[in-house]
Design a binder for this molecule. Structure first.
Ligand code: VG1
Ligand code: CO
Length: 543
């Protein structure tokens, strides 16, 4: 097959953000746009001739088009084998597993995660390296640099691959294998967890609802929860992946998964409710009458994960992103294991996991995962919860109360101001940064600032430094406010304000979060001038 060299010119702004390159579908539909980015990945990726590449996505609109482009380009760029999920589907954690299991040189994960999909909405491309995890910053910087000087991309002339029929086809030297997207992942889950114990609990009456939000986890959840664990048919709702996610935001939070939340707070509630996002790496956990914040979920799972076979007696350490609450730190302290604080984004956990320094990681944004793959993993978190509940024979609410009574409670909320003017957001952040030196010692209501800084991270494994990862205001009483701008949006800017306050084990453990954080909320506006800069009087989303 003849290799075709297509001349091109760089596009502005092909910089991967927190999790890959995300833009409107319309942007990706421009001639050369996706091709430039994919070629830049291929130009800088570490790989041997004949290497294996994994390709899969969350099934959103434009997924199949980019997969066909990427397969032809892989053939022209000297890959030996492409593994692609049937129907173009691979959840992000499943892709991570397929990369690791097959010793691939890397993978293209086509997703904009929790962002809406469809012709007018979002698309994304993320490159994962051979460990199965998101490319670290050194690699994403190299990809971006390459996009700024690219002048050609390589492809071959070939028919589209039939993505719906499992099996192998050949394009020149390249073998394209269409694989079952679910089987390997489901098998891995069965190795990690005590499926027999969960099955027994289900037979004994444990009930659940899993909302797949018409995104990628539907087929995974049906196979694992209904087929393998015996939950009743219909336990998985919205289980068919749709190109536009049924017009919804596939973001498992209390706003976008409100139906699930309402059910869990009602009298007909099952024992546990869960949901995942567009690409299957996030998780929402709600017990009957009890929402578990992702930060608490990390801490509670870390404290109890020894109950699952794969983690018995094996907790090396815990890692959390900086804006995630310190609930996990208390567990690490009590168990005598280290706790690491990283910048936002799963790519920062990769080195810690590879080096065996941590076993479980988590983010406040509904991400939890372990060393079984190198991505956060929505269904994994749900299964670990199920395993813990089955092993201990208690409810979500009981487990939460017991946890707080032992470790105290970190009241926590994130306020998002979405689609604000980019320039105004930059002015707000610059003002915050400039004002940092003057803050220590200043009081806002009853809160006095102890430390105010811009978070900088030195990777303990390779020594790389990541600066400007969020503004931290730490108060004398141990409470905290964090400000940062989102790196996953595609329109204007999103300001995230993270609020946290600790109550010790003897304190007020079952109060309303908003009321408990009222002083921090007021201080956040006073310090950052949110109303003044954005004109907004209330956040769009509270999680
Ligand atoms: C957000 C979350 C972050 C998460 C990232 C990718 O990033 O805050 O914790 O890792 O999304 O998750 P940002 O920069 O918008 O705050 V996913 O499920 O969208 O791949
Ligand atoms: Co996601």
């Amino acid at each position: 097959t003849q290799i075709l060299t297509v001349p091109t010119r760089p596009f502005e702004g092909q910089a991967p953000g927190t999790s890959g390159l995300r833009k409107k579908v319309k942007v990706f539909q421009q001639p050369n746009y996706a091709e430039n980015f994919i070629q830049s990945v291929f130009d800088v990726a570490e790989r041997e001739p004949g290497a294996i590449l994994v390709i899969g996505g969350d099934g959103r609109f434009h997924n199949r088009t980019v997969i066909q482009q990427a397969i032809r380009m892989a053939a022209a760029n000297g890959y030996g084998r492409v593994l692609v999920g049937q129907g173009g589907i691979l959840s992000t954690p499943a892709a991570s597993h397929v990369i690791r299991k097959n010793k691939a040189s890397g993978g293209l994960v086509l997703s904009a995660s929790h962002n809406p999909g469809g012709p007018e909405e979002d698309f994304g491309i993320k490159y994962n390296i051979a460990n199965g995890g998101p490319a670290p910053e050194a690699v994403t910087r190299a990809i971006h640099a390459r996009t700024q000087e690219i002048d050609r991309w390589l492809t071959v002339e070939a028919e589209d691959v039939d993505l719906d029929t499992p099996g192998e086809t050949r394009i020149g030297e390249l073998i394209v294998a269409v694989i079952d997207p679910v089987a390997d992942y489901a098998d891995l889950m069965e190795e990690l967890f005590d499926f027999a114990a969960i099955r027994k609990a289900v037979a004994g009456g444990l009930t659940m609802r899993f909302d797949a939000m018409n995104a990628v986890t539907g087929p995974y959840a049906v196979e694992i929860l209904e087929n393998r664990l015996g939950f009743a048919k219909g336990t998985v709702v919205n289980g068919t992946p749709l190109e536009d996610f049924g017009g919804h935001h596939p973001d498992p939070n209390l706003i976008h998964a409100k139906d699930l939340y309402d059910l869990m707070m009602s009298e007909n509630s099952p024992d546990i409710g869960a949901a995942s996002d567009g690409d299957g790496d996030r998780n929402l956990i709600i017990g009957r009458g009890r929402f578990i914040t992702p930060s608490d979920s990390l801490a509670m799972l870390a404290a109890n994960m020894g109950g699952a076979p794969a983690y018995k007696g094996r907790l090396a350490g815990i890692a959390r992103s900086m804006p995630t609450s310190a609930a996990a730190d208390r567990v690490a302290e009590a168990l005598g294991v280290p706790c690491f604080e990283t910048p936002t984004g799963w790519k920062f956990f990769g080195n810690l996991l590879d080096a065996g320094k941590v076993t479980i990681c988590g983010e406040e944004s509904a991400g939890t995962g372990s060393d079984h793959v190198r991505e956060k993993d929505g269904l994994w978190a749900v299964l670990l919860w199920l395993n813990v509940l089955a092993a201990r024979g208690i409810s979500v609410d009981q487990l939460a109360r017991e946890h707080w009574a032992r470790f105290g409670r970190n009241y926590y909320a994130r306020h998002d101001y979405e689609g604000i003017d980019k320039a105004a957001a930059d002015v707000l952040m610059a003002g915050l940064t400039d004002g940092l030196p003057a803050l220590p010692g200043k009081s806002f209501g009853r809160l006095t600032v102890r430390v105010a800084d811009s978070f900088s991270y030195t990777d303990p494994v390779d020594g790389s430094v990541s600066e400007n990862q969020g503004i931290r205001i730490l108060f004398e009483d141990g409470s905290r406010i964090v400000f940062r701008l989102s790196g996953t949006g595609t329109q204007g800017a999103t300001l995230r304000v993270y609020l946290e306050r600790y109550e010790s084990a003897g304190g007020l453990l079952d109060e309303e979060t908003g009321a408990m954080l009222a002083e921090q909320i007021a201080a956040a506006d006073e310090i950052a001038g949110i109303r003044r800069h954005t004109g907004r009087t209330a956040p769009d989303v509270i999680t």
